[in-house]
Unconditional design. Sequence first.
Length: 459
Amino acid sequence: MALWGGRFSQDPQADVARLSESISFDKRLYRHDIMGSKAHVAMLAKQGIIPEATALAIRAELDEICKRIEAGDFKYDIAMEDIHMHIESALIGKLGAEGARVHSARSRNDQVALDIRLYLRDAVDGLIAGLREFQKALVDRAAADPEAILPGFTHLQHAQVVLFAHHLLAYVEMFDRDAERLADCRKRLNVMPLGSGALAGSTLPIDRQAVCDELQFDRITRNSMDAVADRDFAIELLSALAIFGVHVSRLSEDIVLWSSQEFGFIELGDAFCTGSSLMPQKKNPDVAELSRGKCARLCGDLMSLLTLCKGLPLTYNRDLQEDKEQIFDALDTAELILKVYPPMIGSMEIRADRMREAAADPALMATDLAEELVKLGVPFRDAHHRVGAFVKYCKDKNVALDQVPLEEMQLTIPEATPVFLELFSPEKSVAKRDIPGGTGYAQVASQIARWQKVLSETI
């Protein structure tokens, strides 16, 4: 009979037991369940609710159960449904009635709310550390080739020249926001729900703050009903991971494009690519492609959890058991990406010559011409129109913009001077963008130095 079975005359039907079990996935909560139980029984003894000797015996046996689980010497049975019942049953099996005192003044509802918060707190700390390593890999790669120039794109069309390092640092900024979101999420999940009971608290004289302090939470929950029903913290975490997945997907798309024969800007290390079962010559950027695909998984986990929580009445409903598979899947997916991607970035070899060749198209400096006109007092819209007419003239003549003599340029840009003929250098174009946030050499070097300092203090 299940530990909750006193009210029932029959055990659950076999398929009901299969439907009800969560031990197949929530067993990973064992350390945090044991941590919470140890803090709980210490408080119970301090408050005189259970004998001190009982609390000591329970805490000691919980440590033994933890060792057994980690050694693979612990038997799981779906009839006991979840990790909480397994550990409590093992306690009772060893200590008898004294072991059963562990569940005084708590419910599985507040117990699982505690466990998942403890688990996610550790997971978030690990994710933030992984993001910092990811940022460092990008910054190191940027610092290794600080002067490489390539075309920047809008609408996947060549737009203006930028530094390769500047492009990489854009992703460093994205992942920094991801880390900030996770740190902010941690504040809301680091709240202690134990003592809320099933939904209404307890008549026993418990000290919730003592448990809160021992488990290093920031504060206790203020409403017992909200405490057991709340999964906002998990939704917020999965939202942050979905946004992270979108950022990884965008970087992956750039890497896939850059490594194609048409671009030829980079080559990834062999350890991060695969071949074809049919075509011997192929070297496919599979890690980038798979990481791009994982974004769909992270977004799906978020949508699943949002849908799960929609329409649930207060307070706890068994539907919430289904939250863990989405949570665990999202965490596992993000953690795997964070293990694989930084070393892949480190393996990247760049073809600065191919990048420079693509950036040499003088049409990429058309905006430089327009801004030079602005310096001469021409309104920008007029300048834009005149340079556009010049581009059309060159296209009709099938001649590059930098191959037109000044006299012909002046047909569409009357204000043009010999200075305009010197504006078609990618290096000069980059150097002139020496404003905060721009792609100028000095600005990018400053950002690299800043990120190196910031990351050295956080890793």
